[in-house]
Design a protein around this ligand. Sequence first.
Ligand SMILES: [Zn+2]
Ligand SMILES: [Zn+2]
Length: 336
Amino acid sequence: MEVTQIIAWIHRVMLTGLKPATDHLGCEWPPGSRRAMEAGSPFARQLLGAFAGFKSDLEARVLCHRLPRSYMHNFVCEHDLACVHLAHLQYGDFRSTAGWRTSAITHEDYMITSESSMSPWAEVPGWRKERNLDDTLHDIYQGIGPHLVASTIVHCILEEIPKCTLEKLDLKLKSLYTNSYKPWCRENKTDSAGNSFSGVKFNREKTNKTYPELGSVYKANEVKVIIFRAAFYCKDKLGSFQGRVRAMCLYSLASWIRVLDLAGGWLTNDEVESACKFGVQFLLCYQYLAGASLQAKVCLYKIITKFHYFCHMLIYMKLTKRNVRFDACWMEEDLM
Ligand SMILES: [Zn+2]
Ligand SMILES: [Zn+2]
C-alpha cells in the first residue's frame, strides 16, 4: 500500500467530519473498543477537514508526483510544453507571445494521461495539479535570487573596471562587502551580513566562463536582503542601456517582494495588478539581459527553470488572488 492511499483515506474521512467506522484497509474496529464505540461521532464538533494544497521543494515534488515533465527533463513544466530543446517552446521566453503559453496542459488533460505517469495524489479528494503550490523560498531566495544578484553585481563591476581579471573582481567584491554592504546592513538594522563577498562565493573563481551565482553559504534570508541592496547599488550605475535594464530588473523584483510582504494572504485587485506588473517587468528585463549576454558571448544571467516557475506563480496569482508568500516553505524547511 502506498502512503498516498492512506493520505487519501484520511482526507475522505476528514470530509465527513465523523470518526470512521473502519481503518484505512476497510477492517472494522475490534468490538467494544473505544474506536468502535466512537465511530460515526463528530471529531471536531461541526468542523470538517479538506485538502488545500501540496507544499514541498521541487525535488520532492518530482518524486511524490512522479512528474514526467520537470526541471530534470527536457520538457520542464507540469503546466505546458515549455522545454529546453525546441526553439519555439523555450521555457525562458516570458513575452506574451511565447510559444509555450498556447500549449497549456489543463488538469483535465492531465487526468487522461496513462496511469504510470499519474500522480498518486490523484486519489486525494480535492487534489488538482494546480494545488501543488509554488514556493517563494525555493523559487526566489534559493533559485532566481542567487543568479540575479551575482550576475547584476558582477556585470556592474565588469563595466566599471576595463579588462577586469578574476583577481581584480575578487578584490572588488571583497571591498564592496566591507565598504558598502556591511555598513548598509548595520544602518538598516539587519543582521544579514554574515557572509562576505568574494569571487569564490559568486562562482567566479577560476574562470570567467562560469555563470555568477551566490553559493549556498548564503541563507535564503540573506539572499533576500542582498536583492534589495543590489537594487540600490545598480540604481547608481545607469550608464549604458544595459545598465538601465539591469537597474529596472532588480527594482522590479524588489518591488514585487515588497508588494507581497505588505499584503495579506489574499490580494486586492490593485495588489494583484501591481505584483503582476512588477513580476512580468522583472522577467522581461532579465530575459533581455540574458539574451544580450549570450550575443556578447559572456557568461552572465543564466536562465534556470525556476524563472519559468516564477512566471507560473504570476499566472496563478492573477487567477486566484492568492499571496504566494503565504504558501512558502520557510517553516517546513527549519524542521528538515
Ligand atoms: Zn530546501
Ligand atoms: Zn510552464
